[in-house]
Design a protein. Structure first.
Length: 396
């Protein structure tokens, strides 16, 4: 370590195309910023923190910088404008795509009740009439398959109502958190939610280790096998990792109420997001069919899928000048999450328009950040940022 500290820094040459990104020295506590010469494909400096002053000062000492590639962080945009007003800023296309995916995930979450309703119209197995239970409430996910209310759903609804009530009274997030004894991030999530459906997505779509074996359980039960140990041994042979109590808890109500109909499982929100963000030509026939069913069932999700594909074509063809028209089309639909995305894009519109058209991106920077994480695992950076900085610069 002392030898590494004694080695002088490599000289800083002129940098025309600069990439930047932050990385965590200690997640949630301290960060640093790595600067990469994208033409030479090597790091040129590591700055403490991710504040404006150090980066602006570095850029001021390097007036030769012509292009700055960055993510969508507002702090980096301000730093680049302050330290290198002559440079063209490029918002990385991958980060734009990631921002869009986040907005799509919120949209799918808000309208997942439409997906559940569409998939609940068919069943995986059809029990015999003698074993079928009396029809229960529609399987909207707020109750289990036997009609029992789910505690997590009830708790989520109560918290949402309490947070929204206090927000209407003008209370701050900190005060609400203290009154309800909730973490600040939890209060913020409940406060920012546009509807209760957005919060219930995870609550009503929690899966258990028995889920994929339930059709088999239903089939064997309908065939007359009601011996729990035998049913447990059979699903174990299929790969079920749980114990007999899991099977017993699931099937115990069947002896009194009869076996319920197993609704066709609705895809999880992230899976729907994945389908939307994937090239249609690369989707399997079954995934493509289910996505078409979802788009038919919900006009909002149909519009979302259409906008995603238009955005993907714009990125693929490097037609950043089409972005303003795309944003206007999105604003014409009732999609609040995408509207919030557009508000952010317009604050950074110049860099966002250049991003899809530019041959430069932050891919190299992300690769160097990955290498930095590997160095941290080896022990560099635990004692000081200076040691990590020297190791990064000398490694190239």
């Amino acid at each position: 370590m002392n030898l590494l500290r004694a080695v002088p820094d490599p000289p800083e040459g002129p940098v025309r195309v600069l990439g930047m990104d932050d990385f965590a020295l200690r997640k949630g506590d301290s960060y640093a910023t790595v600067l990469v010469d994208l033409e030479a494909r090597r790091p040129v400096q590591v700055l403490a923190g991710r504040e404006a002053e150090p980066l602006a000062a570095w850029l001021t000492r390097h007036p030769e910088v012509e292009i700055v590639c960055r993510d969508r962080a507002g702090a980096y945009a301000e730093e680049a404008r302050a330290g290198a007003p002559q440079a063209v800023q490029v918002a990385d296309g991958w980060h734009l795509w990631r921002n869009l995916a986040g907005a799509v995930e919120k949209t799918v979450g808000s309208h997942h009740s439409c997906i559940r309703s569409a998939f609940a119209t068919t069943t995986v197995t059809e029990p015999d009439p003698a074993d079928r239970a009396k029809p229960l409430d529609p399987p909207d996910g707020t109750r289990d398959c036997f009609g029992r209310p789910r505690r997590l759903v009830a708790r989520t609804k109560e918290r949402y109502a309490a947070v929204q009530e206090r927000l209407a009274e003008g209370k701050s997030l900190g005060v609400i958190g203290r009154e309800l004894r909730l973490h600040h991030s939890t209060v913020r999530r409940f406060a920012r939610a546009t509807s209760i459906d957005e919060l219930l997505v995870k609550a009503v779509n929690r899966q258990t280790i028995l889920d994929k074996y339930k059709p088999c359980q239903h089939q064997r039960w309908n065939e007359g096998c009601h011996h729990i140990p035998q049913l447990h041994r059979e699903v174990q042979a299929l790969g079920f990792p749980g114990d007999i109590q899991t099977v017993r808890r699931y099937l115990r109500p069947s002896k009194k109420h009869g076996l319920p109909v197993t609704p066709r499982p609705a895809p999880r929100p992230r899976r729907v997001v994945h389908w939307n963000m994937t090239d249609p030509d690369r989707l399997s026939s079954s995934d493509d069919q289910e996505l078409k069913e979802i788009r038919t069932a919900c006009s909002h999700l149909d519009a979302t899928a259409r906008h995603v594909r238009d955005f993907a074509a714009m990125l693929h063809d490097r037609r950043g000048e089409l972005l303003p028209d795309w944003m206007n089309r999105v604003l014409g639909d009732d999609l609040p999450a995408l509207h919030s995305l557009i508000t952010g894009l317009r604050r950074d519109q110049d860099a966002v328009i250049v991003g899809p058209s530019s041959p430069w991106s932050s891919c190299q920077v992300e690769g160097h950040v990955t290498r930095i994480k590997l160095l941290k695992r080896k022990g560099y950076g635990r004692s000081s940022l200076e040691l990590l900085r020297r190791r990064i610069l000398l490694a190239t």
